[in-house]
Design a protein. Structure first.
Length: 274
């Protein structure tokens, strides 16, 4: 029997939520700290049409001062560095900042350990803010969006890319279950509708957006954060035991009873601060 079970989030008393958020952020630091080099070399993070498209979408100039939030392996900042005046590269995890600095290796990049929900910058500091494949780790997404708005200059742009939750509850529960089992630092991926609501609520007007099915190679994906072969097997069994409807939705590809790949929903959007 597969031990992974799909559960709805339990009610948490208000007095415990602050500690829960702190524990979540410590989990992020632990997970990314010990796996920092894997995220730098990860094909999922270091390649992708979104990295190619964002320059065309943004059209940055040599006057642009940019901020990359939760940089991870530094791939977004690396792609932008040669197109902007300067870029501030931030992450909650010190090891990620150190590895991204080695990878980016740009004279106009500045590296800071910083919390996405408490950015250490004064108001209206940046022409451009980016955040790619990271926000599903943030325990308080609305606070993150508030901070983005705060540090952006009027008329500035926010580039957001992340895995998003399916709108259908059955698919969403399956998605969040395997994400959390594979990576305890996963908090919750919002749906496109939820993100759109937050952006609009905080005067960030969507200018252009695109969604796609992103294919992930299963073995690289699971081994990035799970060392136990037994745990890897449990997660693989969870995919193999998925209903026909779910397997079709996430496009599970199987060879000889082994999962080769699957897909997740990804959303890319540029919003302008009003």
């Amino acid at each position: 029997m597969v031990s992974i079970q799909c559960k709805k989030r339990p009610y948490v008393p208000r007095s415990m939520r602050g500690r829960q958020i702190m524990d979540q952020k410590k989990q992020v630091q632990q997970t990314f700290g010990k796996n920092a080099s894997k995220y730098v070399s990860s094909r999922t993070h270091s390649t992708g049409e979104d990295l190619k498209s964002m320059i065309d979408w943004l059209r940055p100039t040599k006057d642009t001062v940019a901020l990359d939030i939760a940089t991870g392996g530094g791939h977004t900042a690396k792609a932008l560095a040669s197109h902007v005046k300067s870029i501030f590269v931030t992450d909650l995890t010190k090891e990620m900042v150190e590895h991204s600095r080695q990878s980016i290796d740009a004279d106009n990049a500045y590296y800071i350990v910083a919390d996405a929900e408490q950015l250490p910058f004064i108001d209206h500091s940046f022409d451009l803010v980016t955040c790619r494949i990271a926000a599903h780790h943030f325990p308080h997404p609305e606070q993150f969006i508030k901070e983005v708005k705060r540090v952006l200059k009027p008329g500035g742009h926010f580039l957001f890319i992340d895995n998003v939750s399916p709108e259908q509850e059955m698919y969403a529960q399956f998605f969040h279950t395997f994400e959390k089992e594979r990576d305890p630092s996963h908090a919750r991926a919002l749906s496109i509708q939820e993100w759109s609501t937050l952006l609009n609520r905080h005067a960030l007007r969507i200018k252009i957006e695109s969604s796609r099915k992103k294919e992930l190679e299963f073995r690289e994906w699971v081994e990035r954060t799970v060392e136990s072969k037994e745990k890897q097997g449990e997660i693989e069994s969870y995919f193999l035991d998925a209903s026909e409807s779910i397997a079709s939705y996430i496009t599970v590809k199987v060879t000889d009873d082994q999962v080769d790949s699957f897909t997740v929903d990804e959303w890319m959007v540029i919003a302008e601060k009003r």
